[in-house]
Design a protein around this ligand. Structure first.
Ligand code: PLP
Length: 400
């Protein structure tokens, strides 16, 4: 693979990406891109981010040897990149920390964001509170019900939550609403997108901020086992935790990369969110990428046990990496995810987020291709505290 920096100047990763937005947003995207390109090379900006990562997020996150999981699968050594230990409990704050500094530098007074599981809403409300900026979070009404704890966390942090009832009342509808707000208030408002999705330059910006995960892993792998990992596994919703850990390894072709999607319900054919595995290219939320749609290009309802993966789109760079065969994407179903959720909790003393449990559920299949001499890393994108009541309800356990 030749070393070409992507996206290109028009925001494309191969055929995917771009800026498919209303005229009113073009100026804001261009302004964002030029501000980001200026700051990216500024030492003062990098210093500020490194300081925030260390002192507010708690980075670097450890690379942890999962001894009992390794024993169970009797194959490669299994290591965990512990993004669940970050402040606010997931990888999402890596991105919001960076984007809020951009917003401040651009003189914006008002912050908006969409959220699915509520994690991005919490990560955004957290950094907005810290910098004293007004903050509005759009959330599908369905997710407001599923994630009531995160809704209250966002409010405690001083932000407003706006439930969205249109469509399937999930993440894609929250995104539509956030874009609508941005179009109306573009002068004083900064829109913090929560994944490597949306129009250029967002997929690049969110990837760059999350890449701290892969950069740390490179150093930690060398320290712990003296070489690069043989494989890295991450769950894929929009794709930001996966892009963050994969990106610094894209040119290291000896490192196999696995992106795990949500296959949803085993026995119901159309109840899934496996965009790359089962979708086709189309335009959603300002970018061309794989999409779950019907023959006429209408977006279809999706399903996943985890709110954070319940999204019909995916970041354009993943679509590119799928087509060139650099990343191996496959889905796992809800049933396997619940099993993995319990397994990791009981074997490692770590309750993973349901999103993350998708990555763990893929271990059974993936570990068979590796030997005891190999090292594989699971990106633990977040902790499972937010999902405990969902799991209890599914299993008929009352927490009242
Ligand atoms: C939001 C979220 C995801 C999915 O988002 P990506 O952009 O695909 O990373 C995965 N894991 C956790 C814990 C999340 O909060």
């Amino acid at each position: 693979m030749s070393k070409i920096e992507l996206p290109n100047k028009d925001g494309f990763f191969g055929n995917y990406g771009g800026k498919f937005v209303p005229e009113t947003l073009m100026k804001a995207l261009t302004e964002l891109e030029s501000e980001y390109n200026k700051l990216k090379t500024s030492t003062a900006f990098q210093k500020q981010i490194d300081k925030d990562y260390a002192e507010f997020v708690g980075r670097p996150s450890p690379l942890y040897f999962a001894e009992r999981l390794t024993k169970k699968y009797k194959g490669p050594k299994i290591w965990l990149k512990r993004e669940d230990l970050n402040h606010t409990g997931a990888h999402k704050i890596n991105n919001t920390i960076g984007q809020i500094i951009l917003a401040k530098k651009m003189g914006k007074k008002r912050i908006i964001a969409e959220t699915g599981a509520g994690q991005h809403g919490v990560a955004t409300a957290t950094v907005a509170a810290r910098l004293g900026l007004e903050c509005h979070i759009y959330m599908g009404a369905e997710d407001v019900d599923r994630q009531s704890l995160n809704v209250y966390r966002i409010k405690l942090l001083g932000a407003s939550v706006h439930p969205v009832h249109s469509g399937t009342a999930t993440l894609k509808d929250a995104l539509n609403e956030a874009i609508r707000d941005w179009v109306t208030n573009v002068e004083d408002t900064y829109y913090i997108i929560g994944s490597v999705t949306g129009p250029h330059p967002y997929p690049m910006i969110v990837r760059d901020f999350n890449s701290i995960v892969g950069r740390e892993l490179k150093i930690q792998a060398k320290h712990h086992f003296g070489k690069l990992p043989n494989a890295i596994i991450a769950c894929v919703g929009g794709g930001s935790n996966a892009m963050g850990i994969f990106y610094p390894f894209i040119q290291n072709k000896q490192v196999n990369l696995y992106g795990i999607e949500a296959d949803g319900r085993k026995l119901e054919k159309n109840k899934h969110s496996a965009t790359l595995t089962k979708g086709s290219p189309g335009i959603l939320h300002g970018a061309l990428s794989y999409l779950i749609q019907d023959k006429k290009g209408q977006v279809l309802p999706t399903h996943s046990i985890s709110a954070g993966l319940d999204y019909p789109g995916v970041g354009p760079e993943h679509s590119y990496l799928k087509d060139i065969g650099r990343v191996n994407y496959f889905p796992v179903n809800d049933e396997a995810v619940l099993k993995a959720f319990h397994e990791v909790s009981e074997l490692e003393g770590i309750i993973p987020a349901l999103e993350t449990a998708h990555a763990f559920a893929a271990l059974e299949k993936i570990s068979k291709s590796y030997s005891v001499k190999d090292n594989i890393v699971v990106n633990v994108s977040g902790r499972g505290d937010k999902d405990i009541s969902t799991v209890a309800k599914l299993e008929g356990i009352s927490l009242e």
